[in-house]
Design a binder for this molecule. Structure first.
Ligand code: TYM
Length: 332
């Protein structure tokens, strides 16, 4: 079976609809056809100022949501990044292989650090993509299911895998991005020109999965559209309506063209109401399953311990090869 790896940051506890539709939903599907590794990227979460108790809580909540969304610990390897020390170890090797200039071109870093100012920006935030590259290469992943905002990091991953292989002999699988076009970028409900994001300016624009379903339904119903009345997919002229159509289509599995027909002659209110209903129908059992895992911390720990064990088996093999290739002598 081909292999996939992906990760999600536990930074804000509840995932949002962009995380789910852009990434997690694909993870659930891929566990059926692939040897799948998925992780809660807690090492990545300390690149910005954080609180230890909150991080602990959010890491558990993240793992519970992944299970609630449909990851099955018997079908995939679900683990917490910090439980597998090889990530940090390979991260160092990757950072020594990367040019400073090439790391400086990462747009996510440029955006985040510009907002924070350079004194408050950690070196870890700068080297973060290199740790992400280590995450992927450790598992020899063939594909990496992510949203559009991760594309640049995956291009650098491919470049570095090739560079290492060329310099030291074939060691890494060169991974392909796995980005589903229709849901690669879910937009903010209040500002459909920007992506839905944890750091959005207004909470009204983000649908968080663990919030009260009624509150989320209300956000969907008050999404910004346009002054026209036709329900039609047109990213450029109708970004708000197009975003709602993408979300509705992904949740229900009905193609956008079918939805356009279905809503012909109807007003935006009809689309919003039906979408809010479909969302509530999906999110309610998701929340119940997530809560059940949170109420059984011993079971959650067991799942994560088993995942970490399996992940380490794979990761340690790759790291041993890498150490040997770069010329480290074995510890006898
Ligand atoms: P993170 O935690 O920011 O986001 C998790 C996943 O959600 C996707 N995503 C979106 N997709 C569509 N529309 C949106 N509005 C949207 N917002 C977020 C992201 O693309 C991502 O797939 N660096 C990663 C985590 C990571 C990782 C890895 C991913 C760490 N190591 C190794 C892949 C492989 C991140 O910060 O994602």
């Amino acid at each position: 079976r081909p292999r996939v790896l992906s990760g999600i940051q536990p930074t804000s506890g509840s995932f949002h609809l962009g995380n789910y539709l852009g990434a997690v939903r694909q993870w659930v599907a891929l566990q059926e056809s692939h040897d799948a590794y998925y992780m809660v990227a807690d090492l990545h979460a300390i690149t910005v100022e954080q609180d230890p108790a909150t991080l602990r809580e959010n890491s558990r909540v993240s793992a519970a949501q992944l299970l609630g969304a449909g990851l099955d610990p018997d079908r995939c390897t679900l683990f917490v990044q910090s439980h597998v020390p090889e990530h940090a170890q390979l991260g160092w090797v990757v950072s020594c292989l990367t040019g400073f200039g090439e790391a400086s071109r990462m747009t996510q870093f440029k955006d985040k650090s510009a907002k924070q100012g350079s004194e408050r920006t950690s070196v870890g935030l700068f080297t973060y993509p290199l740790l992400q590259i280590a995450d992927i290469l450790l598992y020899q992943a063939n594909a990496v299911p992510v949203g559009e905002d991760q594309r640049q990091h995956l291009e650098l991953t491919r470049d570095l895998a090739v560079r290492f292989n060329t310099r030291f002999g074939k060691t890494f699988t060169v991974p392909e991005p796995y980005i589903v076009k229709e849901t690669a970028k879910i937009f903010d409900l209040q500002d459909p020109e920007i992506k839905m994001s944890k750091s959005a300016s207004s909470p009204k624009g983000i649908v968080t999965l663990l919030d009260d379903a009624k509150a989320s339904a209300k956000k969907l119903k008050s999404a910004v559209t346009d002054t026209d009345t036709v329900i039609r997919y047109d990213e450029e002229k109708k970004p708000g309506v197009s975003n709602l159509l993408s979300i509705y289509s992904a949740i229900t599995g009905r193609p956008v063209s079918e939805l356009e027909q279905h809503f012909e002659g109807k007003m935006y209110g009809a689309l919003k109401t039906e979408l809010a209903e479909a969302f509530t129908e999906w999110v309610t059992p998701f929340q119940q399953r997530t809560r059940a895992y949170l109420e059984d911390p011993a079971e959650l720990d067991r799942v994560l311990a088993k995942g970490a064990g399996k992940a380490r088996e794979t990761a340690s093999g790759t790291l041993a090869d890498v150490y040997d290739r770069v010329g480290f002598i074995p510890a006898k």
